[in-house]
Design a binder for this molecule. Structure first.
Ligand SMILES: [Zn+2]
Length: 344
């Protein structure tokens, strides 16, 4: 039964590869976008689970806004990608949603492998947003898996030394591999098991692609789960510094003074009891930054509503110590002042 099932899958792969080969015989040299599209539509879409999204595009990160070079095929997590990214249809994928990056090369040679290795290194250097609902540490996040898919259609060359060729590239740089798997059409499927490369030579037709697809299906859920619930809001926030405005909701800052060295500072008091009026002094939760003594407000009457200070009446004799502070104008950064002076 299992073998009959595999025969059906092998037929799906054969049909797809026939179509891809036909396109390369019709004149174009190298690998084309049209061929990538056939692989997506006729091979990966029918064979991979529906919650894996498949698209060509670029991968981005939220922290500095870096974007990867074009990636032939991206497998992404449809459950984590917010609809706004689909709607834009920009081919842009936040790294937090990306499960696999497939780097297609048309020939397994040093320069093509080097290029895929460098693109994978770029993707591997991207930071991931932490989940706002869990204290996810960087170490627990399973990163994007980078795979070389070598489509040597013209001639099935003897690629016995593919791994040695790739090892030569990263060893030369004194680095480790940025690629985690190599699927070499008609030859082998190789994967990094965390310690060493494991190699599966082709025995039957399309064994290498079957091994690759089964590896994706076996691993994608763990990669997805490790990302928990990344917040992608940061990708949509305009990259401009925010300015402070007037205080909101009647919240006031009051002056605290050190009971020892008399150092003063403004702070916004909050009460853990929602509605309360306090007659006396308020003590700041932090100590004096200079000498470590308590910081207290002037004697007065402080009225809190829903935990926020709404009025503060300071005893007349103490007015010199603590005067409730009205909302203050925030000085504008110089570049903005210049723009305002110049007018629109
Ligand atoms: Zn002090």
């Amino acid at each position: 039964m299992a073998d009959r099932f595999l025969d059906v899958i092998r037929l799906v792969i054969s049909d797809c590869l026939d179509e891809v080969t036909k396109l390369s015989e019709s004149g174009t040299t190298g690998w084309s976008e049209a061929q990538t599209k056939i692989l997506i539509d006729k091979l990966f879409r029918p064979l991979l689970p529906a919650d894996i999204g498949i698209h060509s595009g670029q991968i981005g990160e939220h922290l500095t806004g870096r974007i990867s070079p074009q990636v032939s095929i991206i497998f992404y997590d449809t459950k984590k990608l917010d609809p706004v990214f689909h709607k834009a249809n920009s081919g842009f994928f936040p790294i937090e949603c990306v499960l696999y990056a497939i780097h297609i090369i048309s020939d397994f040679n040093a320069s093509e492998v080097q290029r895929a290795h460098e693109n994978a290194e770029c993707i591997n250097s991207f930071p991931y947003c932490k989940s706002p609902t869990a204290g996810v540490q960087r170490a627990t996040i399973l990163p994007v898996r980078n795979v070389i898919l070598s489509m040597n259609l013209q001639s099935i060359k003897d690629n016995k030394h593919a791994l040695l060729l790739y090892k030569g590239i990263y060893d030369d740089e004194g680095r480790s591999n940025s690629i985690q798997a190599i699927c070499n059409l008609g030859q082998t499927y190789c994967a990094d098991d965390g310690t060493a490369w494991m190699e599966l030579p082709c025995k039957e037709k399309h064994d290498e692609l079957l091994a690759f697809i089964s590896d994706v299906i076996a691993s994608y859920q763990a990669i997805s789960a490790s990302r928990i619930h990344p917040s992608l809001a940061q990708y949509l926030t305009p990259r401009i510094p925010s300015l402070s405005g007037p205080l909101t909701g009647g919240l006031r800052s009051i002056l605290y003074a050190c009971t020892n060295c008399k150092k003063t500072g403004y702070a916004r008091p909050a009460s853990s009891l929602p509605d309360i009026t306090i007659r006396g002094t308020l003590k700041h939760t932090a100590c004096c930054p200079k000498c470590g003594a308590a910081m207290v407000s002037a004697e007065g009457t402080y009225e809190f509503l829903r935990g926020r200070l709404i009025t503060a009446r300071i005893s007349p004799s103490e007015r010199h110590v603590g005067i409730p502070r009205e909302p203050v104008a925030i000085p504008l950064p110089s570049y903005l002042t210049q723009i305002l002076q110049r007018g629109p």
